[in-house]
Design a protein around this ligand. Structure first.
Ligand SMILES: [Zn+2]
Length: 298
């Protein structure tokens, strides 16, 4: 940090040596000292605007300690938090191609590289296998920061592999959904993933294995219309926005003003779309308990 060097104080011969400033050393003002005391990166809550250090947020599973707002969690961080122990990662061998050579304001390939750089993930779905206590599970989570968690062919491939591996190992499948929908850069190929993932879930059901969906903020479009609404149990996080088309599009179509909490998890719970709203701090235990009951383990 380049700082302007303050001129050294004019000292009288009586100034004690402890108060003499060293020439060339910049002394912070009181306000600057306050600012520099936040040495750790902080996260601002979008609801109450409280600043919390990233470490404190991480320990609190990204729930605001001030107002209980559930902030977005990164896919990998969420799965690592969810499992007691991680055994394997699936689907890393699938890499996206650009079959349509799609270009909007930017070429698709470039957009993909930007997303990879921003998130550190190779695609918008992370699949891990691991344990919570004595139960082995397969779990996948959407990375919303990766092109809006959109479902392209690789997301479809990874989800299908997760389901097939779960069947082979007789494990339940848990999906943490957070997505804007299909990936328009892959056109029809992206829409086909709705059918593919639905078929994979059907196989899971035929094998008698539970498929649990955790709806996190936000879930929209093709993901809502396929894998996110086909769970045996639908759990939602508080205040998550869940829908197919966005609120604005619906308002324009029906020409009515839609008031809060339209499309919020609480509204969907009242209307039977969601089975349960669970606080993030209770989520692990809730999923463990449900899976245990459904699989006759505990
Ligand atoms: Zn807050």
């Amino acid at each position: 940090m380049s700082q302007e060097v303050k001129p050294a104080k004019v000292l009288s011969p009586n100034t004690p040596w402890t108060e003499r400033s060293v020439p060339g050393v910049y002394v912070l003002t009181e306000q600057e000292t306050f600012k520099s005391s936040f040495t750790e990166p902080t996260v601002e809550c979008p609801e109450c605007h409280a600043l919390t250090t990233r470490t404190a947020m991480s320990f609190n599973a990204y729930v605001c300690p001030q107002c209980d707002e559930h902030l977005r969690m990164k896919a990998r961080e969420r799965l690592n938090w969810f499992f007691d122990q991680v055994d394997a990662e699936l689907g890393q061998n699938y890499v996206a191609k650009d079959p349509l050579k799609f270009v909007d304001s930017k070429p698709y390939v470039e957009r993909m590289l930007d997303a990879q750089k921003k998130t550190g993930e190779s695609e918008a779905l992370v699949v891990l296998q691991g344990h919570i206590k004595n139960i082995a599970m397969t779990a996948c989570a959407f990375e919303f920061d990766f092109m809006g968690g959109s479902m392209g062919t690789v997301v479809g491939d990874r989800f299908v592999q997760a389901a097939e591996s779960a069947i082979q190992k007789k494990q339940p499948l848990i999906c943490f959904a957070a997505s804007g929908g299909a990936r328009m850069q892959e056109g029809m190929l992206s829409l086909m993933q709705m059918a593919r993932t639905s078929a994979a879930i059907e196989k899971l059901k035929e094998a008698g294995l539970p498929y649990i969906v955790v709806l996190t903020h936000p879930v929209y479009g093709g993901v809502t219309a396929s894998l996110a609404m086909l769970g045996d149990i639908h759990i939602a996080e508080p205040k998550a926005m869940i829908g197919f088309a966005g609120k604005r599009v619906i308002e324009q179509t029906v020409r009515e003003k839609l008031e809060e909490p339209f499309q919020r998890a609480e509204y969907l719970l009242d209307h039977g779309v969601v089975d349960q709203i669970v606080h993030r701090h209770s989520l692990r235990d809730t999923v463990y308990r449900i899976v245990g009951k459904l699989m006759n383990v505990n």
